[in-house]
Design a binder for this molecule. Structure first.
Ligand code: FE2
Length: 375
């Protein structure tokens, strides 16, 4: 950790240096069709493939990329496997949040020594492009962190994968990198997972939102944002809070059958272009009441974007001491009301849109009402 970053997150520990997110792996019921969706709707590009043709008869994986992001979509080839059980229990969802490290053996040793439950012991895989060392630990629910050491590897993705050549190549939509990934955990579990990320992973608590910060007339939740030392990895952890009606977190926990990844926030340099394109391609976004735009500029002051364009696209704005941000949430991308995406453009602001929480959560409640789960 550099001295400057040490100043930003003074309590973060550097026994687990992380270069960034390596990939996010979803377990899905039909990886071929899911890959088509993420290419078409989200502008991801075909990168790598593994399956029967590459000698893997147990599962098929498609790797998609856009700028710094890599998504892996994996489906089992037969029943009664760990992957199939995961899908039966959770529906399509995030299994692996993989972290890019320089030393996957040390990452595993340091975290398991501090109490992490091992998922995969340090292991080497290799092909003609070199060697990858990987290891893994469990986090909330059935979700895991893999540590990926790829400094001695020049291949397209990982050993066992081949380049995926596809004749269908929709253009990108300008998604750049993963800004943060949020975990939903059960009642009274937020502090347990805060300690996990602090004591076992060496992260620091960047910010805490209590149930007064995140509540509407009906529902509430609490959140703690955990960050690693260089700030490249941010994991907010949500838990439900008491409200008059069932919160979105409880709805998630019920349909996902336990804790899991609630949303992946992806950064863009031009949210108006990105969201316009995604809408054209069929991505569904949440609607906030149009009255939101009557007062937003009084709250955030001068911004570069035309307010009418933001209003047309339902993009929200918030400001902190360092600048402002623009953000929007998709509706869940599965039939179960579980995982969704956030698109975010930061113009100086390093926060998470606290000023928009109420409007966003009311918009989610409108969807819950339609689903009959706001009870
Ligand atoms: Fe977010």
């Amino acid at each position: 950790m550099t001295p400057a970053l040490k100043k930003i997150f003074p309590e973060a520990q550097d026994f687990l240096p992380i270069n960034g997110t390596d990939y996010v792996e979803f377990y899905v019921g039909n990886a071929k069709q899911a890959a088509h969706f993420y290419k078409t709707a989200f502008g991801f590009q075909s990168l790598a493939y593994s399956g029967l043709e590459t000698g893997d008869s147990t599962k098929t994986s498609y790797v998609l990329t856009q700028d710094k992001i890599k998504l892996v979509l994996t489906t089992p080839m037969s029943g009664n496997t760990e992957i199939e059980k995961h899908i039966t229990k959770h529906g399509d969802g995030v299994k692996v949040i993989a972290l890019w490290v320089d030393d996957a053996t040390k990452a595993w040793e340091e975290t398991t020594k501090r109490g992490a439950k091992s998922y995969i012991r340090p292991n080497k895989t290799e092909d003609k492009n070199g060697i990858v060392v990987h290891s893994g630990i469990h986090t909330y629910g059935d979700t895991v962190h893999m540590f990926i050491e790829r400094k001695n590897y020049t291949g397209i993705f990982l050993p066992g994968f081949e380049k995926w050549e596809s004749a269908y190549n929709p253009t990108t939509v300008g998604l750049k990198y993963i800004d943060h990934m949020v975990g939903n955990v059960g009642w009274n579990e937020m502090n347990i997972w805060e300690s996990f990320y602090r004591d076992i992973m060496g992260f620091a608590n960047l910010i805490t939102f209590d149930d007064k910060d995140i509540s509407t007339q009906y529902t509430a939740l609490m959140s703690k944002v955990m960050t690693n030392g260089n700030g490249r990895i941010k994991f907010p952890i949500n838990e439900p809070a008491e409200g008059v009606k069932k919160s979105q977190i409880e709805e998630y926990l019920e349909f996902y059958n336990g804790p899991g990844c609630q949303h992946i926030a992806i950064a863009t340099d031009n949210i108006i272009e990105t969201v316009s394109e995604m809408k054209k391609r069929g991505v569904e976004f949440l609607h906030v009441p149009q009255t939101y735009y009557d007062t937003v500029l009084d709250r955030v002051g001068i911004i570069d974007e035309e307010i009418n364009k933001l209003k047309d696209l339902n993009i929200l704005v918030d400001r902190d001491e360092e600048g402002y941000l623009l953000q929007i949430f998709t509706k869940p991308v599965e039939d179960r009301p579980t995982l969704f995406f956030e698109i975010i453009q930061r113009k100086g602001a390093q926060s998470f849109g606290k000023g928009n929480f109420k409007a966003l959560f009311e918009a989610i409640e409108m969807e819950q009402k339609k689903r009959g789960t706001l009870i």
